[in-house]
Design a protein around this ligand. Sequence first.
Ligand code: FES
Length: 232
Amino acid sequence: MPVQAIAAQCVRLELLGHGRVRAWLRSSVRPQPGQCMLARLGTGAEPYLRSVLFPVAFDHELWAIELAPGEAGRDWLQPGSSLELLGPVGRPAALPAAKGNILLIANTQPARLLPFAAATLAAGGAALLLLARPYPVESLDARIEVRIGHLPALVREHSAWPALAIAHVEPQPAPELAALLAQIPNAHVLLHLCLPCGVGACQACTIRTRAGWKLACTAGLLWPLAELQAQP
Ligand code: FES
């Protein structure tokens, strides 16, 4: 589906704890796991850049984003707020058959990985979420196991566990973590990028892959780690 302008409305807010809020949106087009929408969350020209909105949950015709304290739109978005979305940006996730366990690794935005946990749980698998910082874990599906601590140590402890691993680390996995992830078969990275245009025009989302330089907004935001080269 081509990137397009889409009107959306915030239907309800859920307070999750730790100042985080989940905003449920209604729009005619929804992003799929692995895709995002772009939107300016606020009035006027601020913030200048659109926010990157990954889906964190789906419910019939609604889908949800999650905002942390200090994020653009956290205090602006209210039930009834209208948004102008641009998207969907990226490609729907093409993952190996979701059989077995999934290991999810995140620092600042763990909720963006939740659709992958939901798919694995729905297929009868198990999900383990490794977090670098405290998070309102009581808001998560109780079937998701959670460990919080130093990510390299946690990954080292659980690297033999998954059939599939997905890391979403801002700005990108540090060398120690990247080296540990590289030892996991089927390790993927959900890229954490600024996406100013979302349509391949600004070149701000250039990534280095084994097949050459790509634009993440058009080539995709979820990559097998083995296909990515160290970003300069
Ligand atoms: S966000 Fe502009 S080229 Fe990708």
